[in-house]
Design a protein around this ligand. Structure first.
Ligand SMILES: Nc1ncnc2c1ncn2[C@@H]1O[C@H](COP(=O)(O)OP(=O)(O)OP(=O)(O)O)[C@@H](O)[C@H]1O
Length: 363
């Protein structure tokens, strides 16, 4: 059952149209991520849902209640939408203790003192901050401050949490730890989370479902992490979810050749009659060997990245990237040097129509 519904929403700032006719549904109890490049309108959408912005057209519903509908003159204020919000720039208040920061939403809601105290202590414990109630934010680490912001968003028992890139300012280790904690909290409290980020890894790690938004604010695909990664709806999604190789192919009778060369691509050819095709594959979907069947190429660049070896390979004028675990490369004799000859084959490959580079040709 859906808990948030955005229906045909449009939003412009002056001449700049950020959203036009955007529709999106979020199910009760799921962790839903909105993933898209910087500036595509993710924060604007969250602010529209939270009630900090009013749409020019369309409606927003929360729990089947219309909370924004300019056509009807409806605009419920943020504090009456039952949402917990952690915005990137919505930091904790520096002059207030942890206790006062977390208790603030209950204080302005004029909740009785006893209830406020119990609930604040309970929420502080929930985010693992017990014992630090009297500290000021300046006496906390970045991760602890982020926990305070989370606690403040959770204290009023919201049915939905809106999180806007809450981990951006944390270092890599802390980011990973916090993303597991957010997921744990969501499961434990059985609440709905709408998470906004441009970080693919976080999105794949925490989401039940995710939506991929392009630069124009258009949603290209909605699905679970597996569907988004393995069954991208188009080349934008495919490319956005990791480095992708797009290699033009030449059709010659039944043969499909790379670039201008004479080598057959060792993969089922595309069906359909697009005038030109492009083969799309991720570096991890390329197998590299010293001999055997496959496409012959030349190692143009060999980069040691610690756990991985990253190779740039030229095949008949086309350049493609592949990577292999360093341990595997050593044990299998695949530590290539620049200029060496290699043979490549594929674990997975998708055909794209070269004209638009948007539609995946179904195999
Ligand atoms: N109050 C505003 N006035 C004018 N333009 C705005 C306003 N808020 C957002 N925009 C513009 O709307 C576009 C979308 O901004 P938004 O903050 O939603 O992007 P985002 O996808 O969240 O990006 P990021 O991942 O970098 O945070 C941007 O071009 C931004 O400049």
């Amino acid at each position: 059952m859906e808990i948030i519904r955005v229906e045909g929403v449009a939003k412009s700032y002056g001449k700049h149209q950020v959203h036009k006719d955007l529709t999106l549904s979020i199910e009760r109890g799921e962790c839903f991520t909105l993933l898209g490049p910087s500036g595509c309108g993710k924060t604007v959408l969250l602010r529209l849902i939270a009630g900090f912005e009013v749409p020019d057209a369309g409606r927003v519903l929360i729990n089947d209640t219309v909370v924004s509908d300019p056509a009807q003159g409806i605009n419920i204020t943020p504090d009456r939408r039952g949402l917990g919000v952690v915005f990137q720039d919505y930091a904790v208040w520096p002059h207030m203790t942890v206790f006062d920061n977390v208790g603030y939403p209950l204080k302005i809601a004029k909740r009785p003192q006893n209830e406020l105290k119990d609930r604040v202590m309970e929420t502080i414990e929930l985010v693992g901050m017990s014992g630090l109630e009297r500290r000021l934010p300046s006496e906390l680490s970045g991760g602890q401050q982020q926990r305070v912001a989370l606690a403040r968003a959770l204290v009023a028992n919201p049915s939905v949490m809106l999180l806007d890139e809450p981990l951006t300012n944390l270092d890599a280790n802390l980011r990973e730890e916090m993303r597991f904690e957010i997921k744990e909290l969501q499961r434990k409290l059985n609440i709905t989370v709408l998470y906004v980020t441009h970080d693919q890894e976080i999105a794949l790690a925490i989401s039940d479902r995710l939506a991929i938004m392009d630069e124009e604010g258009k949603i290209r695909q909605t699905g679970n992490p597996w569907e988004i990664f393995e069954r991208p709806a188009d080349s934008f999604v495919f490319n956005f979810m990791g480095i992708a190789n797009f290699v033009p192919v030449r059709r010659d009778g039944e043969a499909y050749l790379v670039g201008n060369g004479e080598q057959l691509i060792p993969w089922e050819p595309p069906q359909g009659d697009a005038p030109k095709w492009v083969a799309g594959f991720r570096p991890s979907d390329v197998r590299v060997a010293r001999q055997g069947t496959g496409l012959r190429g030349t190692i143009k660049r060999a980069n040691f990245l610690g756990a991985m070896m990253d190779y740039l390979i030229e095949v008949d004028g086309a350049h493609l990237r592949t990577n292999i675990e360093t341990h595997a490369a050593i044990s299998k004799g695949l530590m290539f040097k620049e200029g060496e000859i290699c043979v490549i084959s594929f674990r997975d490959l998708l055909w794209f129509n070269a004209e638009s580079l948007t539609e995946v040709a179904k195999q």
